[in-house]
Design a protein around this ligand. Structure first.
Ligand code: IMP
Ligand code: MG
Length: 178
C-alpha cells in the first residue's frame, strides 16, 4: 500500500497525541452530561475507538452508516441512510464522531436528522477538516487537524474501501483515483 501514498501527512504518534488532547477537552466539557458518541461508519472506527479510551467519563456508543460517495473520490451530494441508531437519543448529549468533513453535506444532513429526535445537545467532532471544499453550512466543535485539499487515506479513511488499516494518514497519489 505504501507505494500508493504520495506523502505521509500524520504519523501514528501525531495522531495519538492529538486524540489524547481531544479526549481531555471532551472530558472537561461533558462532566455531568449524558454523553453518547455517535460514530459515522466506517471511517470513524479507528478514531472513535482511540478517542473513547481517552474520555474519562461514563459514555455510550452508537453508530450510523450513510452513503454519499459510492466508490468515487468526490461527493455526489446525495445522502442515504444505510444503518440507523440502535438506541434513542432523547435527553442525551450527542457527539457525532466523523473521520473527515469535506463538502459538509453528509454532516449537515446527519446533524439535522439527529436533532429532530430531541437530544439535549448535539455537537460534532472530526479528526480531519478540509475547509476549502465546504459547500454545506456546517462546522465541527472539535477538530483534530486541518487538511490540505488532497485525498487522504489511512487510520479509517479509505479509497474504495482500501487503505483503512494504514496506521498513519497519507495523501493518496492522484493516479490511483483519477
Ligand atoms: P462530505 O459530505 O463531502 O463532507 O463527505 C464526507 C465523507 O466523505 C467523509 O465521511 C469520508 O467518508 C469521505 N471523504 C471525504 N474526503 C475524504 C478523503 O480525503 N479521504 C477519504 N474519504 C473522504
Ligand atoms: Mg465517512
Amino acid at each position: 500500500m505504501m507505494e500508493d501514498i504520495k506523502e505521509v501527512l500524520l504519523k501514528e504518534e501525531d495522531i495519538r497525541k492529538r486524540v489524547k488532547e481531544l479526549g481531555i477537552q471532551i472530558t472537561n466539557d461533558y462532566k455531568n452530561k449524558n454523553l453518547v458518541l455517535v460514530g459515522v461508519l466506517k471511517g470513524c472506527v479507528m478514531f472513535m475507538a482511540d478517542l473513547m479510551k481517552e474520555i474519562d467519563l461514563p459514555c455510550s456508543m452508537d453508530f450510523m452508516a450513510v452513503s454519499s460517495y459510492g466508490n468515487s473520490a468526490s461527493s455526489s451530494g446525495v445522502v442515504r441512510i444505510l444503518k440507523d441508531l440502535d438506541h434513542q437519543i432523547i435527553g442525551k448529549d450527542v457527539l457525532i464522531v466523523e473521520d473527515i468533513i469535506d463538502t459538509g453535506i453528509t454532516l449537515k444532513y446527519l446533524k439535522e436528522y439527529l436533532a429532530s429526535r430531541k437530544p439535549d445537545s448535539i455537537k460534532i467532532i472530526c479528526l480531519m477538516d478540509k475547509p476549502e471544499k465546504r459547500k454545506a453550512d456546517v462546522y465541527a466543535e472539535y477538530i483534530g487537524f486541518t487538511s490540505p485539499n488532497e485525498f487522504l487515506v489511512g487510520y479509517g479513511l479509505d479509497y474504495a474501501e482500501k487503505y483503512r488499516n494504514l496506521p498513519y494518514i497519507g495523501i493518496l497519489k492522484e493516479e490511483i483515483y483519477k
